[in-house]
Write a protein that binds this ligand. Sequence first.
Ligand SMILES: Nc1ncnc2c1ncn2[C@@H]1O[C@H](COP(=O)(O)OP(=O)(O)O)[C@@H](O)[C@H]1O
Ligand SMILES: [Mg+2]
Length: 363
Amino acid sequence: MTEEQIKEALGNVIDPDLGKDLITLNMIEDIAIDGKKVSFTVNLTTPACPMKEEIKRACINAIVHLVDKDAIVEPNMSSKVQQSKQMEKDETDTLSGVKNIIAVASGKGGVGKSTVSVNIAVALARSGARVGIVDTDIYGPSIPTMFNVRERPNINTRRKLIPLEKYGVKLLSMGLLVDQDQAVVWRGPMVSSAVKQFLNEADWGELDYLIMDLPPGTGDIQLTIVQTVPLTGAVIVSTPQDVALDDARKGVAMFRKVNVPVLGIIENMAYFTPPDAPDKKYHIFGKDGAKKLAERLEVPFLGEVPLEQSMREGGDNGKPVAADEELGISGKAISDISQRVAQQISIRNANAEPTEKIEIKFT
Ligand SMILES: Nc1ncnc2c1ncn2[C@@H]1O[C@H](COP(=O)(O)OP(=O)(O)O)[C@@H](O)[C@H]1O
Ligand SMILES: [Mg+2]
């Protein structure tokens, strides 16, 4: 076997998401051949790649079928997360080590946006990605509770905030910095400028994904925030019920108006399964509402999270279900969803040009 033959064979393996072969995508390195044994590294675009096993099998098959049927193929599955074109264009020095920023939004409050954000962050970190989460909800910060952290972040020598760290996730919350009793009387412009400062004055270091938990709604505050940072895209969380869906639609419209790609919609509280009847599903808030909305708006549907007591408890106790050693129903659902989010980011980064920023001014 020669290196050339191996490359030729792997040139037939197509990444199903990116639609190109692994050689063209520059994903293969360190090919080593020793008799019948061949090893190489496959650099996927995310450690949370849902296609990892499929691609690995395809590599083995390609070499066994096209080069030597007795070959012993040992692909080493690794990853390098690409920086979004949006980030490449950006000049903010504090965010320069961050490859992708993803906003998690909902039209309506209480649909589980923070719960879903926190769990996605933990799931991505568990897959091996470098992850941060930032809570920009000044009126109702939930990340301190959901991670059970209260300390005030320190300042480094360059006078930047140092994020705290838990479950492998770097985190910052307005709730750690601003006295809650004062914040409730802040007006919109004050909130916007505080959030802006907060985002630009933190030292995130090197991150593959920075998740931004937005305040609920689609008003001035949300608009300012999404225009302050170079977003790779936005994810919308909704429950299946009509009132939430109406607001989710407005969320999609807001991001489209300012040219931020919508990476997909997540349906939270999709159904309830009683612990004593695990094969039953009760659709308390309606069925498939968010899924149908995603179809109608032509954005990817990223999956459904069941209504589960452990999810609520995990949030209240500062121990997200995605961090559980053995994943339960919602933990598994979140893990799948986090992979689909990473997948959409990779697809977006591989195919798309950066969007032109559209500034919307308001007074
Ligand atoms: N899938 C779920 N199953 C059970 N409880 C949930 C689920 N998602 C959210 N919750 C609970 O619902 C409440 C609101 O969730 P939260 O994430 O704070 O919503 P939002 O950030 O959209 O306002 C919290 O008490 C949370 O624990
Ligand atoms: Mg919240």
